[in-house]
Design a binder for this molecule. Structure first.
Ligand SMILES: NC(=O)c1ccc[n+]([C@@H]2O[C@H](COP(=O)([O-])OP(=O)(O)OC[C@H]3O[C@@H](n4cnc5c(N)ncnc54)[C@H](O)[C@@H]3O)[C@@H](O)[C@H]2O)c1
Length: 301
């Protein structure tokens, strides 16, 4: 078992998934909710079964997760030893703030509180808190038990140390944390999803394509690429010479954003583990292998 102790506060769709991730990765984990604990147990059992059925964990690991899970209706018991609380209560600001107040009355500043909120900025959550420096957002993506993304966003009063600690704890949970450095609605990636949804609806409503063809166009084109190389690296791979060369292709000078993104892509490629490719050629080779794997899994190859 790891040293860091985790408490899940709220065990619905998101809390249940993240609790299973913490348990799978050997964090001592306690799950708190205000509802009947048999219901909470059933949620966790259900998530474990989904993970086993999906082939994400073995049956044996599933049994281990269930054996190690602890449950309580007592908030004090949940947080008195915790180093890290993942708050997953409904999206009501006053409810979230009152939960933080209760936790901080018990634990002072000794516990990081990460909110799963999709909609509330961390500076708003930490208003009137006893120890605002310990409160931040750790926004997961549904289904939280399988999708690795966590967007970590601190408020104006969150300490940098706590933000970095949270990122490390999430890595230990098998998640992929990204740092959202500014408090913007939708954090990093829902902004992109919302824009994509707006255009998708526009295409459908203007008769450009059916709903089904809109979805196929994403799934078998940009969606597949982005699963392997994201938004910016994908576009960079589209032109020999990367983003510095795109403008020249159209007889223009590269823009400031082309140059900033090109430098970022160089850094991103260099940071990739060797097996994912950490040169342009290596990334392309890995990408093609992944495409073949995805297509085989879908029965299309
Ligand atoms: N559902 C999503 O797709 C999604 C994605 C990312 C983030 N989020 C965010 O995660 C948070 C939780 O969402 P959800 O979809 O899991 O909600 P949910 O309704 O499925 O679960 C909420 C849980 O909190 C419990 N709860 C209510 N009051 C409580 C209290 N005072 N103390 C402890 N537990 C309490 C409820 O009994 C329930 O089990 C929200 O802030 C939401 O915005 C949701």
């Amino acid at each position: 078992m790891k040293d860091i102790k985790i408490a899940l506060v709220g065990s619905g769709m998101i809390g249940g998934g993240l609790a299973v991730n913490a348990l799978m990765n050997d964090y001592p984990t306690i799950i708190y909710d205000v509802i009947d604990l048999n219901k909470v147990r059933a949620t966790i059992q259900n998530v474990v079964q989904i993970m086993v059925d999906a082939g994400a964990i073995s049956e044996e690991k599933g049994k281990e997760v269930l054996a190690n899970a602890r449950y309580t209706n007592d908030l004090e018991e949940a947080v008195r030893d915790a180093d890290f609380v993942q708050e997953c209560v409904p999206e009501r600001i006053e409810l979230k703030r009152s939960v933080y107040r209760q936790i901080q009355e018990i634990r002072g500043a000794d516990v990081i509180i990460a909110s799963s909120t999709s909609a509330t900025m961390p500076s708003v959550l930490q208003e009137d808190a006893l120890y605002p420096e310990t409160i931040l957002v750790g926004h997961p993506y549904n289904p939280s038990y399988l999708l690795p993304l966590i967007e970590v966003c601190g408020g104006t009063k969150t300490s940098e140390e706590n933000t970095q600690k949270a990122m490390e704890i999430y890595k230990g949970m098998g998640k992929v944390p990204v740092h959202c450095k500014k408090e913007v609605p939708g954090f990093i990636v829902n902004r992109l999803s919302w824009s994509a949804m707006d255009i998708a609806k526009e295409n459908v409503m203007n008769g450009v394509c059916s709903v089904e063809d809109m979805d196929k166009a994403i799934m078998y084109g940009p969606g597949m690429r982005m699963a392997v190389t994201g938004q910016i690296l994908t576009l960079s791979l589209g032109v020999q010479g990367g983003l510095r060369a795109v403008a020249a292709k159209y007889g223009k000078e590269p823009s400031e954003s082309d140059l900033v993104c090109a430098d970022g892509v160089d850094e991103e490629i260099a940071n990739r583990p060797e097996k994912w490719g950490n040169t342009v050629e290596g990334v392309e080779k890995f990408r093609d292998k992944m495409f073949a794997e995805i297509l085989k899994a879908q029965g299309l190859l």
